[in-house]
Design a protein around this ligand. Sequence first.
Ligand SMILES: *Cc1c(COP(=O)(O)O)cnc(C)c1O
Length: 233
Amino acid sequence: MITENIHIVKEKIAEICDISGRKPEEITLIAVSKTNPVSVIEEAISAGITDLGENKAQELRDKSKLIDGDFNWHFIGHLQTNKVKYVIKPAEYIHSVDSVKLVEEINRKAGLIDKVQKILIEVNTSGEVSKYGIQDFESLKNLIEECKLYSNIEVKGLMTMAPFTSDENVIRKCFSDLREMKEKLNNHWQNITELSMGMTNDFKIAIEEGSTMLRIGTAIFGQRDISKNWREK
Ligand SMILES: *Cc1c(COP(=O)(O)O)cnc(C)c1O
């Protein structure tokens, strides 16, 4: 099931790349494994998944101790400063950084283990009050300038979530806004290269708008069963 889903998703990505003049190698497929048990995640890794995404700090810490192999963990959820300690060791990338306070704590905890933590800045492109992220370009630029003062942080790109809507234009606008912000930042900083955008329902539009990291859960693992803890499945 999962192996087949991964093939289908990869084929779709290749197809969309083909039509929009992009290369699949430019895009990292992150399989969002939250709520799924270890056995299921291991199946995804066997099927060629190289990047996994989790949105809860302790769940990432616990799973990272139970699964090993040649793949990267991405922390994609909202992160509280008091939980940085759980993700700092396993996370190759932290996608959801949106405050100086969080930057300071990530820098401090990364320093303790002699790591330069790769981060993305989360931008709220939809304007929805329910969403986290930086609200406007000036604040984004200020936060990145602040990050440059910390030696155990490396800003690699931007992340956003489009609203859950069937209106393609609304989704496309969120993704193109994020891409334009990145392009503007590239006038100052060329090594801000990543655009983490696109989930199960909107990854086609995200690829068309320049995504370099897709975060896909449902299309790979099926509907999430939240009635049980991932350990009990
Ligand atoms: C759960 C989640 C995803 C994956 O969503 P699907 O619609 O299942 O593909 C992507 N990004 C974030 C931040 C998530 O929490």
